[in-house]
Each structure stands twice: as structure tokens, then as C-alpha cells.
Design a protein. Structure first.
Length: 145
């Protein structure tokens, strides 16, 4: 699995499959291997994958991996934060792919939910305006129907 993390010559389809395997491992019942995933360098690679706007399914899987890592203990959440995860996740809230937006929100909620200092960090990084825009968009859709 670690080959997809370090070989930049791999194509997006292989990166997707590797990230999906990591997500499934982190999402399983019991004790997920968060520390193992962190040790192999998945956090910076997933943050890099978030920026691949040509492959929303890869963004989705990467956001899910980061969400699962950020749902761990405070030290694990901090790893996502220190790798600039918040800065990479917030722009996803303006994308047109609902599944990517939902995972980005979940990851940001896991980060912000870790305590007041991380909540304040997420707010200071600009989450409020994109969230308000999403709520307004959803309200407009409901009014049309």
C-alpha cells in the first residue's frame, strides 16, 4: 500500500485505489490503524489529493481518510491540522460535487470538535462563509421544489 504514497509517477486511478484501501482500513470496526497510516505518510499525500480537482472521487476518498484520522485522539487530529488539512479542506466546500463537500464538512467537524482552540482555528481559516453559502443554496433548492 505504501507505494501509492511515494511514487509520484502513479496515475490518479492507482492513487484512488490506494486511498480507497486506506479509507476502508480506517473505517473498519474496532481499532482503526490510524497510527500506522500516519507513519506511512498518508496525511500529506491525502492533502495533496484534495487539490486534484480533476478527480473528485479521489478527493472524496482523501477527505474521508483525513476525517477518520481527525476522529482519533487529539494528537492524531493535530497531525491533520499541522499538515495544513484545514486549509486544504475548506476550499472543497465550494465545489459542485456533493459527496466531496459532505466529506470535507465531516473532516472539518472532526477537527473543530476536538476542542475550543481547534474550533477557533477552523473558524479563523474561513469556514463560516462557505457554510452559509451551502445553507443558502440548499434553502433555494427547497423553495424551488
Amino acid at each position: 500500500m505504501t507505494c501509492f504514497l511515494y511514487n509520484s509517477s502513479l496515475n490518479s486511478a492507482r492513487q484512488f485505489r490506494g486511498t480507497q484501501v486506506a479509507r476502508k482500513l480506517l473505517s473498519r470496526e474496532g481499532v482503526p490503524p490510524i497510527d500506522v497510516m500516519v507513519e506511512v505518510g498518508i496525511v500529506p499525500r491525502c492533502i495533496e489529493f484534495l487539490r486534484n480537482s480533476n478527480y473528485p472521487d479521489l478527493q472524496f476518498e482523501a477527505a474521508w481518510v483525513l476525517s477518520d484520522i481527525a476522529s482519533g485522539n487529539s494528537a492524531q487530529t493535530d497531525i491533520v491540522v499541522k499538515a495544513n488539512g484545514v486549509d486544504a479542506l475548506i476550499p472543497l466546500l465550494g465545489f459542485s460535487h456533493a459527496h466531496v463537500i459532505e466529506q470535507a464538512i465531516r473532516a472539518l467537524a472532526n477537527i473543530a470538535g476536538d476542542g475550543p482552540s481547534l474550533r477557533d482555528l477552523v473558524i479563523s481559516k474561513g469556514i463560516v462563509d462557505p457554510l452559509v453559502a451551502l445553507v443558502n443554496t440548499q434553502s433555494e433548492v427547497r423553495e424551488i421544489n
